[in-house]
Design a protein around this ligand. Structure first.
Ligand SMILES: NC(=O)c1ccc[n+]([C@@H]2O[C@H](COP(=O)([O-])OP(=O)(O)OC[C@H]3O[C@@H](n4cnc5c(N)ncnc54)[C@H](OP(=O)(O)O)[C@@H]3O)[C@@H](O)[C@H]2O)c1
Length: 480
């Protein structure tokens, strides 16, 4: 049964790309499913002086890219949308937002609940959070939840500073830090798959796992995001957050836990057990790359992209061997890899078992592959274990199985926000550990000049990424 939720959403950056491509379509899906119905309103805010009507038109135009519902349904949805011109630094504007939110709360009977969504540049996160607090936007008798997009800082120091700023304004329990990979059904299913497949769970440790491989590959280059990429690089953009969180889903203890506090504690414990990296260890265990043109010389090299320096040393590819000092995982390499301009888009987890795993009833050297995302929506492929299909009991697949998954990550995360469920959001303690680890790699790389570009567009990355595994007698399961 669908339970209707009530809230006033205030979307900072309401005219931006994320809002139009992800948030409004997800809110529309929730509207169509009845989770959002009569008791909600969305205030979009940004500097440009739009009218409510114009804002609604832009929302409907975005929806048309994803849905073929009737104009009437879209207009009914858009009636819940309001626009307030606003500059994040202007205190007066927050008063106007507060008054509009209060008015809409009365009109839609939204229960004094507020979702403050930061779909705005990260440098504004702290300012906005402080003003929400100081200008009295928070309600007394509803909830007040702050949603923060990535990136959460660009290193440990800046993440600490940001966290300090938002923590002054919101208690940790009201902060929802988005890592949209945690909204993907595949990632959310991993603990269930483990918990409900006793054979698999018995094998998920250093006695039986040879290595675990996580690949987040893109076929595209940086496209029009060269300016952003120059300040980030794939290490910060993909490893610190998405790849680490995927590892958290696969490798945390106690997959049967359902309590958010226990789940977070398990993940925090795992990340605080990241095996300490020395600068020399970075040279051994991490490889970076930057794409060149392709074999025919037709594609732009990274250094030829718009807003990218001609001598840029920013990495567009990373591969690494991450290890944990825990009883369960000590000695097991978690090979991670992410890159632009790889042969195809692929997000996958490969769990490679060793030749002793038949002791727990799994064929020796079995590889279990979870496909997190495919071009045509989400899908999963599992070899030889029980798997739960949405809404069904566990069923056994002796060979391979593939499913399409319907729910968009943002849709699922917004439901969680409205329900007060923080399981699929990242906590500060997790971020502190992962940033500390990433900083060691970044600092080492910043001391050295790489020999870039070092891989062709359309290839699997630099040769060193293959050698990284070969050194230990392993190889990538996904190879072109
Ligand atoms: N786009 C994505 O797919 C994506 C994915 C993951 C995370 N994110 C994160 O989501 C956030 C938004 O990204 P985006 O791509 O949507 O950015 P964007 O398209 O550049 O939108 C930025 C928004 O902020 C508003 N804005 C800028 N300066 C402002 C100010 N001083 N006061 C008030 N509003 C201001 C802009 O409107 P005005 O110019 O009219 O003020 C616009 O609505 C960023 O933190 C980004 O890292 C985005």
């Amino acid at each position: 049964m669908v339970t209707e939720k009530s809230a006033i959403f205030i979307i900072f950056g309401g005219s931006g790309d994320l809002a139009h491509r992800k948030l409004y379509p997800s809110l529309f899906r929730l509207y169509k499913s009845g989770i959002l119905k009569d008791h909600f309103a969305v205030i979009g805010t940004a500097r440009r002086p739009w009218s409510d009507d114009y804002f609604r038109e832009t929302v409907i135009t975005s929806l048309k890219d994803y849905f073929d519902d009737s104009e009437d349904i879209m207009k009914g949805f858009a009636k819940h949308f309001f626009y307030q011109s606003h500059d994040v630094n202007d205190s007066e504007h927050y008063i106007a937002l507060k008054n509009l939110a209060a008015k809409l709360d009365d009109q839609f009977e939204a229960g004094h609940n507020r979702v403050y969504y930061m779909a705005i540049a990260p440098r504004f996160f702290g300012t906005v959070a402080e003003h929400i607090n100081s200008e009295g936007l928070k309600t007394e008798d509803g909830y007040n939840r702050l949603v923060i997009e990535k990136p959460f800082g660009r290193d440990l120091d800046s993440a600490c500073e940001l966290n300090g700023n938002i923590s002054k304004a919101f208690p940790e329990d009201d902060i929802y830090r988005i890592d949209h990979y945690l909204g993907k059904e595949m990632i959310q299913d991993i603990p269930h798959i483990r918990a409900n497949n006793p054979k698999l769970e018995a094998a998920m440790n250093n006695k039986y796992v040879s290595n675990i491989q996580i690949t987040l590959a893109e076929s595209l280059g940086v496209e029009d995001r060269g300016g952003y990429y120059e300040t980030a690089g794939v290490l910060r953009d993909m490893v610190q957050n998405h790849i680490m969180q995927i590892i958290g889903a696969i490798a945390s203890d106690d997959p049967e836990a359902t309590d958010a506090k226990i789940i977070h504690k398990n993940k925090t414990d795992l990340f605080s057990s990241l095996k300490e990296l020395t600068p020399e260890g970075v040279d051994d265990d991490f490889v970076r790359g930057q794409y060149d043109t392709d074999q025919l010389g037709e594609e732009k090299a990274y250094r030829q992209e718009d807003n990218v320096a001609e001598d840029s040393n920013i990495e567009t590819f990373v591969a690494g061997n991450i290890q944990f000092d825990t009883e369960r995982w000590s000695g097991v390499p978690f090979y991670v890899r992410s890159g632009k301009r790889m042969p195809e888009k692929s997000s996958r987890i490969d769990i490679v078992f060793n030749d002793k795993v038949d002791e727990v009833g799994i064929k020796p050297n079995t590889v279990i592959t979870l496909l997190i995302e495919r071009v045509n929506g989400n899908s999963i492929l599992i070899n030889g274990i029980n798997y739960k299909e949405s809404g069904q009991d566990f069923i056994s697949f002796p060979e391979e199985a593939e499913f399409d998954k319907a729910r968009e990550a943002y849709e699922s995360l917004i439901i969680d926000i409205l329900s007060g469920n923080r399981v699929h959001f990242t906590l500060w303690d997790e971020l502190r550990s992962t940033w500390k680890y990433i900083d060691t790699i970044r600092n080492r790389w910043d001391e050295q000049t790489p020999d870039f570009p070092n891989y062709l567009s359309g290839s699997m990355g630099p040769d060193a990424a293959e050698i990284l595994l070969e050194r230990n007698g392993n190889s990538w399961v996904w190879d072109d």
